[in-house]
Design a binder for this molecule. Structure first.
Ligand code: ADP
Ligand code: MG
Length: 327
C-alpha cells in the first residue's frame, strides 16, 4: 500500500525585505511515494531541500504547489487531524534541541502517550519503561534528566518518544549526523530492528549514501530541490550513475560522453554557484529557470543541459535518472 504520495511538490520561500525580495526554490516539482513498511532514503548534500520535503511529507509545512496524500487522503498541513498527527512522527538530527532539558527520559516518552491518550494513566509507567527498554535505556536511568545523557542515548530516547505515539511513518531527518561513527552504527541497527519488529515505515534523510545502503529499501537522490536519481530496489545501488550521485559515491560515472568543456563555454555559464571554500553549492544562487539543476557543476554538461530540464525517466527497470547523458 502507498502510505505517502508526494505529487508535484514545489516549495518556494520568499526571503529578504520589501525592496530586495528574492525567492528560494527549495523543492522543485518532486513526485515520490513511500510504500508501507519500507524505508525510503532521501540523500543529498546540505541545502538540497531534503528537510523541506520531509516536513511537507509529514504535514508540517504546506507546499507552494502540489499535494500530499497520506493513505489516500489529502494531508493539509493547515489542518492535520489528531489521528494523522499521531501517525506521522519525527526524529531529528539534534536530540539535544528536540528534548526538553527540564524533562527526565520518562517524561519525554510520556508526552505522546499523554497527549494522544494512548493508555490509561495507571499503565503509563509500564509502557514508558517498556519503550525505553526497547531502545536500550535501562529502567534505573528513566528518571535521569535529558541533559545527563550522551547524544546517542538521547537519540534513543527520542526514538522511544516517536514509537510511543504508535506511528505509521517516522521521518528520520539526519538522525545519525551528530553522533560518533561507532554510535551511528548502533543507532542504525536499532532503527533497522525496530522497523522489522513494529512494521514501521521510514523516510530517512541523510547526506551519506553509504550509510543508508544498510537500511534503505528504496533510494532517491536530491540535488537543488530536484530528484536526480531514484532506485526502487536497493539491490540496484551499484548501478547508480547520475554524475551527482557518482560524485557522492566518489566514483567515476561510466557516462559515455567525454566532458564537454567547450559546450559549457558556449552556454556562457560558470561555476559561480559553487562555494569554493566549502565545496557546497548554494542552489538558490542559481537563477536559471531552464536546464539541469546540476549543469553548473557537472563535468559532462553541454549546451542542452543548460537549456532543457532533464525529465526523470526510466534508465532500466526500477531505476530512473534525470540526466541528458545517462540515456
Ligand atoms: P537540506 O535539508 O537538504 O539541507 P533544506 O530543506 O533545509 O535543505 O533547505 C533547502 C533550501 O531552502 C535552503 O536554501 C534553505 O536555506 C532554504 N530554506 C529552508 N527552509 C526555509 C525557510 N523556512 N525560509 C526560507 N528559506 C528556507
Ligand atoms: Mg536538512
Amino acid at each position: 500500500m502507498r502510505l505517502i504520495e508526494l505529487q508535484h511538490i514545489t516549495m518556494t520561500y520568499q526571503s529578504g525585505g520589501r525592496l530586495h525580495q528574492s525567492e528560494v526554490r527549495a523543492v522543485r516539482d518532486v513526485t515520490l511515494h513511500i510504500e508501507q513498511g519500507e524505508c525510503l532514503a532521501l540523500v543529498g548534500e546540505s541545502g538540497s531541500g531534503k528537510s523541506t520535503l520531509g516536513r511537507i511529507a509529514v504535514g508540517l509545512e504546506k507546499p507552494t504547489e502540489g499535494r500530499v496524500l497520506f493513505k489516500g487522503h489529502i494531508l493539509d498541513a493547515r489542518k492535520v487531524d489528531r489521528q494523522d498527527r499521531q501517525a506521522l512522527q519525527m526524529v531529528y538530527q539534534n536530540s539535544f534541541e528536540a528534548a526538553n532539558p527540564r524533562f527526565t527520559a520518562s517524561q519525554v516518552v510520556e508526552e505522546p502517550i499523554r497527549y494522544f491518550r494512548l493508555a490509561p494513566k495507571n499503565e503509563w509507567n509500564q509502557r514508558i519503561l517498556e519503550l525505553l527498554g526497547r531502545v536500550g535505556i535501562p529502567k534505573d536511568e528513566a528518571e535521569k534528566k535529558t541533559t545527563e545523557f550522551s547524544g546517542g542515548q538521547l537519540q534513543r530516547i527520542c526514538i522511544a518518544r516517536a514509537l510511543a505515539a504508535r506511528p505509521e511513518l517516522i521521518l528520520l531527518d539526519e538522525p545519525l549526523s551528530s553522533l560518533d561513527v561507532s554510535v551511528q552504527a548502533q543507532i542504525l541497527n536499532l532503527l533497522r530492528h525496530l522497523k522489522e519488529e513494529f512494521g514501521l515505515t521510514y523516510l530517512l534523510i541523510s547526506h551519506d549514501l553509504e550509510t543508508v545502503y544498510n537500511i534503505a529499501d528504496r533510494l532517491a537522490v536530491m540535488y537543488a530541490g530536484r530528484i536526480v536519481e531514484e532506485i526502487d530496489d536497493i539491490e540496484l545501488f551499484d548501478s547508480l550513475r547520475h554524475p551527482y550521485t557518482a560524485l557522492l559515491l566518489g566514483k567515476d560515472t561510466d557516462v559515455e560522453q567525454k566532458p564537454a568543456a567547450e559546450d559549457k563555454a558556449v552556454a556562457g555559464e560558470s561555476d559561480a554557484a559553487a562555494d569554493d571554500e566549502t565545496g557546497e553549492i548554494d542552489a538558490t544562487a542559481d537563477d536559471r529557470t531552464e536546464g539541469c539543476v546540476y549543469a553548473n557543476r557537472c563535468p559532462y554538461a553541454e549546451k542542452r543541459c543548460f537549456e532543457l530540464v532533464p525529465e526523470l525517466t526510466e534508465f532500466e527497470q526500477g531505476h530512473r535518472i534525470a540526466c541528458h547523458h545517462c540515456r
